[in-house]
Design a protein. Structure first.
Length: 279
């Protein structure tokens, strides 16, 4: 076997490998000119409420859950909200935007990066179908989306997203409940406001068995053009956690390190595993 023949085979193999690598790289190239200019950071410009005055179309069962949550809030409790204990807000509450959001577009996935309580979202835009079988739910859910050119000018105008497999417990805004079956479906249309290019719109439709019909709201997020080194705040919920859950009750940890009640006439926690001193 000649040296020249060996080197020829080696060169062919290397060439084929490089060609495959180049082909793979080219397949990953994305023409950002086809996408809307959504660079920078996006923040909240509205209150942390879902309905904003609209009467929630709750079923009678979940109207009772809502009213019980309001009553618990009135005496110092948290009702059905769990975020105070560092639980993620979950979808669609994530999109109330508690921290600035950055959107990153890649060939097959659009990422929404939000440094809050596990709020990052991954939206698959590669044309995949919904997965079959048992899917492990997450608070942000499983999202499939599609970029759409609505006016036919060769550029995408809207990102349409559907999210399923969302974990609970969750609320819409701290008060409005979602159904305990966790079969919520959320549909979104995300687009730049044509009259205000520094305003990102999100039309969110909630489909949930706690409600008598699909419920659509529209959110507005203003652009932070130059976030700078302090534009992306870090949030570590555990650093300032002062709520302690013992059994079925919540207590407050005071600055002097002692437990305090959160509700009027609240009983102390069960101390059965501690040695009791005589009265």
């Amino acid at each position: 076997m000649s040296y020249r023949w060996c080197m020829g085979v080696f060169a062919l193999a290397v060439g084929m490998g490089l060609a495959g690598t180049i082909s793979d790289a080219r397949s990953q190239i994305i023409d950002m000119g086809k996408y809307p200019n959504i660079a920078g950071g996006w923040g909240r410009s509205e209150v942390y409420q879902w309905a904003r005055g609209e009467k929630p179309p709750l079923t009678p069962e979940y109207q009772a859950v809502f009213e019980a949550s309001l009553a618990d809030r009135a005496i110092g409790g948290h009702g059905t909200d769990t975020m105070y204990r560092c639980f993620p807000p979950g979808m669609p509450r994530v999109m109330l935007m508690y921290s600035p959001m950055e959107i990153v577009i890649t060939p097959g996935t659009t990422y929404m990066l939000i440094d809050h309580i596990h709020d990052d979202r991954r939206i698959f835009t590669d044309g995949r179908a919904w997965p079959e079988g048992d899917i492990e739910p997450t608070y942000s859910g499983y999202s499939i989306g599609k970029w759409i050119d609505e006016d036919g000018d060769g550029k995408y105008d809207v990102l349409e997203v559907e999210t399923r497999f969302i974990k609970g417990p969750r609320t819409l805004d701290g008060l409005l409940p979602t159904h305990a079956d966790n079969r919520t479906v959320v549909k979104e249309r995300i687009y730049l406001d044509k009259t205000k290019p520094d305003s990102l719109r999100n039309d969110i439709t909630l489909i949930d068995h706690a409600y008598t019909r699909p419920w659509t709201i529209s959110r507005n997020y203003p652009r932070y053009k130059n976030p700078g080194p302090t534009g992306w705040p870090e949030e570590v919920c555990a650093e300032a956690q002062v709520w302690i859950s013992l059994g079925k009750d919540d207590y407050f940890l005071s600055s002097d390190g002692y437990l305090m009640p959160t509700k009027k006439n609240q009983a102390p926690p069960d101390l059965r595993y501690f040695k009791q001193t005589g009265k």
